[in-house]
Design a protein around this ligand. Structure first.
Ligand SMILES: Cc1cc2nc3c(=O)[nH]c(=O)nc-3n(C[C@H](O)[C@H](O)[C@H](O)COP(=O)(O)O)c2cc1C
Ligand SMILES: [Mn+2]
Length: 456
């Protein structure tokens, strides 16, 4: 892989990506006034359901700031962002980035700080944060790359976690404690040490994809983005917190968590296709907002699959699940976390089996991977796991439920699984849909010549 070169990406920020998309007729401008109460989200949902293009709302009511949305809404758009021709190349390029990370470079005069608001000037409500789904408790930032750092190693982390806008300088952030921002934050608890964060809105799309790497704690996703680009990401020192932020971002929000403070957060329409419930969440006090002159806001929707929330996760989650399994079981040939399961609840794995019981072992590893899947399906390597028609064919014809199904009740899991009876407690299902090694399968039904038939 050493001398292999991925194609250069012809963009390095949100604007240049929009220009590239427009040049390929993959961007639609909406010039009429739209409101940010559901209408922006409705536009993005609409283009997601008709398979694109991305959308730029030029005229948002009561705001000078245009809103770009749906930039990750389709598979085609995701290939443009990764600079690849196919999904499998995208997964490979993602993996190349994780395995060949590149340190960011620090620059001084950064466009994300052309305008700086501090103190009394800070007002989150100056920005067109959308209200997304029906029933949402208020405007949300779902497009924020949340940057924080480990208080001991000082290694930074990037993840996307939804944040409710609660006031001029107050946000509430939702994430389970295993997410890296909280792993770092909880290390400072009880130490009278403010835990700082910075939120980048509207960046190079590669950073958004890189933020979805399911890698271990202590890996800086900005370096992964550099690796995917084959080029360092430019960062600059934030104004009021000790963090480095993407220099080309449209908007940066800086702040810190108020120790021991919580506010009610939610409901919010989530990636499951259902609303979450209201619950207390940690609170962020904003200390500065910096942005470009004439910034472009970026909106990202979520909801019932498939939305850009799901597409954003696919490269990172698929690559990470494959690595996790393949490292332990070289016989695993492919792994995917399909969008229909929200890119979390369902995982499909293919393997080349050569001894009895192997598939069940892989199944148990699949159900305990960092993806936290709730349903695992393992098939033979000749089944295309990216095609759920084929996977369901294998389940239907290769498995017997008395011996090929495992159910594990009472497992800690997704807190927003709409079907769980107790919040955060779910049951796991594993289906071994590989052909049994205890019997000979009948010969496959094949129509000879179908692969070379000609009309004339
Ligand atoms: C649009 C979008 C919104 C997301 N919102 C949340 C969220 O609200 N809470 C959460 O825990 N994860 C959320 N995620 C998933 C995390 O970003 C993802 O798990 C990421 O890998 C976390 O980074 P970390 O492993 O460094 O914590 C979201 C992902 C996307 C693409
Ligand atoms: Mn991380």
């Amino acid at each position: 892989m050493a001398d292999f070169q991925w194609p250069d990406l012809q963009f390095d920020d949100l604007r240049s990506f929009l220009t590239l998309l427009e040049g390929k007729s993959l961007l639609k401008r909406v010039k009429r006034p739209v409101n940010r109460f559901h209408e922006i989200a409705a536009g993005i949902r609409y283009i997601s359901d008709i398979d694109g293009p991305a959308i730029l709302f030029e005229n948002v009511m009561d705001s000078q700031i245009p809103v770009a949305g749906g930039l990750f809404a389709t598979k085609k758009l995701s290939l443009e962002a990764m600079g690849v021709d196919s999904y499998s190349e995208g997964v490979s390029r993602f993996g190349y980035g994780v395995e060949n990370p590149i340190l960011p470079i620090h620059i001084n005069r950064a466009s994300c700080q052309e305008v700086v608001q501090e103190g009394e000037e800070i007002n989150l409500l100056d920005f067109p944060h959308p209200v997304y789904s029906e029933g949402d408790s208020g405007p949300y930032i779902s497009s924020g790359l949340v940057i924080s750092r480990d208080p001991e190693t000082l290694i930074q982390n990037v993840g996307i976690y939804r944040m409710e806008v609660k006031g001029k300088d107050i946000l509430c952030l939702d994430a389970p404690n295993y997410q890296h921002v909280h792993v770092s934050r909880l290390k400072t608890q009880g130490k009278n040490q403010p835990f700082e964060i910075a939120i980048a809105i509207g960046t190079d799309p590669v950073l958004y994809y890189a933020s979805q790497a399911k890698v271990g704690y202590g890996v800086d996703e900005i370096e992964i983005a550099g690796g995917i680009r084959n080029q360092p990401i430019k960062v600059t020192k934030a104004k009021t917190v000790d963090l480095y932020v993407p220099a080309h971002a449209e908007i940066i929000i800086e702040g810190y968590f108020l120790p021991n403070e919580q506010l009610p957060e939610g409901p919010f329409g989530e990636f499951t296709g259902y609303q979450t419930f209201t619950k207390p969440a940690p609170v962020i006090k904003v200390t500065a907002i910096t942005h470009r002159k004439n910034p472009i806001y970026q909106a990202v929707i979520t909801g019932k699959p498939t939305t850009e929330n799901h597409i954003l996760k696919t490269f990172g989650y698929d690559w990470s699940l494959y690595q996790f399994l393949h490292n332990q079981f070289p016989e695993v040939t492919a792994a995917t976390v399909p969008t229909s399961g929200g890119v979390q609840y369902l995982a499909c794995v293919a393997l080349e089996q050569d001894h009895k019981g192997q598939a069940k072992k892989v199944l148990l590893a699949t159900l305990s991977s960092p993806i936290r899947a709730k349903i695992g399906i393992v098939v033979d390597s000749d089944v295309d796991i990216y095609d759920l028609e084929e996977v369901m064919w294998a389940v239907s014809t290769h498995s017997q439920s008395d011996k090929d199904v495992v159910i594990i009740p009472g497992v800690a899991g997704s807190r927003i699984d709409p079907s769980s009876l107790e919040i955060g407690v779910i049951s796991l299902l594993g289906i071994d849909a590989t052909r049994s090694m205890d019997k000979d399968f009948p010969p496959p039904s094949i129509i000879p010549g179908s692969d070379k038939f000609r009309f004339d």
